[in-house]
Design a binder for this molecule. Sequence first.
Ligand code: MG
Length: 474
Amino acid sequence: MKKQTTILILLVHLSWLLFPSIIAAAPKQTPNFIVIFCDDLGYGDLGSFGNPTIRTPSLDRMAAEGQRWTSFYAADSVCTPSRAALLTGRLPIRTGMFSDTRRVLFPDSAGGLPSSEITMAELLKTRGYATAAIGKWHLGWQPEFLPMKQGFDSYFGIPYSNDMDATFRPSARSEYFNFLKNPKREYWNVPLMRNEQILERPAEQTTITERYTDEAIKFISANKSKPFFLYLAHSMPHVPLFRSKKFENKSARGLYGDVIEELDANVGRLLDTLRHLKLDRKTLVIFTSDNGPWATFEEQGGSAGLLRGAKGGTYEGGMREPTIFWQPGVIKPGVVTDIGSTLDLLPTFCALAGVKAPADRALDGYDLSEALRGRGRGPRQTMFYWRGSRLYAARHGSFKAHFITRSEYGGEPEVTHDPPLLYNLDHDPSEKWNVADKYPEVIAEIRRIAEAHKSGIPPVENQLDKRIAVSRTR
Ligand code: MG
């Protein structure tokens, strides 16, 4: 025993000699990270983002104690590409997680996030972080693409959208709406998975928000003494909308409001757990959403507030998300109007955890840590709005140019604009007044930035158009 202890002490000393640079680079205290990622939550759906009827006291408190970012973007307007971008810090056009036809992965999709991509979970694991993915995955559900192949120690959730595997074929839109108004578990035969096994099918969705949170609380409690990264991707409020008995008919906003109020209460449970375990000052929590509200479903979808457009489109409502950063004592409370994106989370986490960001590939994010601490402006000046393989719009500073527009889901052809439509988002967040004729020099600059951006992107294999042979469908 004594001999073993001596060897161990020797090894510890040797590691200092062998890896002094690594140890010197490690910050004093690396924070835990929690990303709470909603599905199809609109910019205007929280009290703290202006909703007049939905009550969100926990998120409003989180916003008051933390930073409320008002120009924070998902990297795409639909689920799969947006999620791929968040986890890799790279635009979908670089990872193959885009499509001009299917737009997201489906249960019969053969593709997924390639293993050659490096996720934030994989990076944080190199620093000894415990990692868990809970909730919607939607980055491939064939065995080689599941969360545990992408840097997560465990997984619990519905691996794709909760409206897939429908067991009925509505003959008309009105019939589908009737199914949605009173959704039953058996209408959508989606699996609930633990790690790589199916636990339950069809998943019981009325308790899904609460069960995801229970799992999250268990993970946090089990890892309270070591650094952890939790990716909590709620299936709600994507239609079909489910909520538990406790929240039935509680909101003035109807079924959609009930769902948001239940989400809010569960964010409250999570933050209370952090406070109770004295992890609140050690844990950076980010609350945001993958894309804008699904307006196609009328009042079953959320609201983009004063923003134009919705899920599926490149007007602001499709990609600008209600976003809150929270870490009491570290994040400087306030409202931040700087541009930010889910693409920035990977470089920010790397900076805060003392992990080197991958240098062998292009990243599309920026380190926001100085802005979060209140030490300066955010570094991001530009945001690109891709739809599949096409760059539809670009924002630089206050101005956004739309080169192409198209209805979110209507199927109408695209409309090319030359000169592009130009909006000053600081004066006109609703994109109502085209000021292209007043600022030809701004258009020239945004064109230059957009062309340089496009020319720097090499072609990659498309992952979303591949389908499995029928015999492999489970
Ligand atoms: Mg979504």
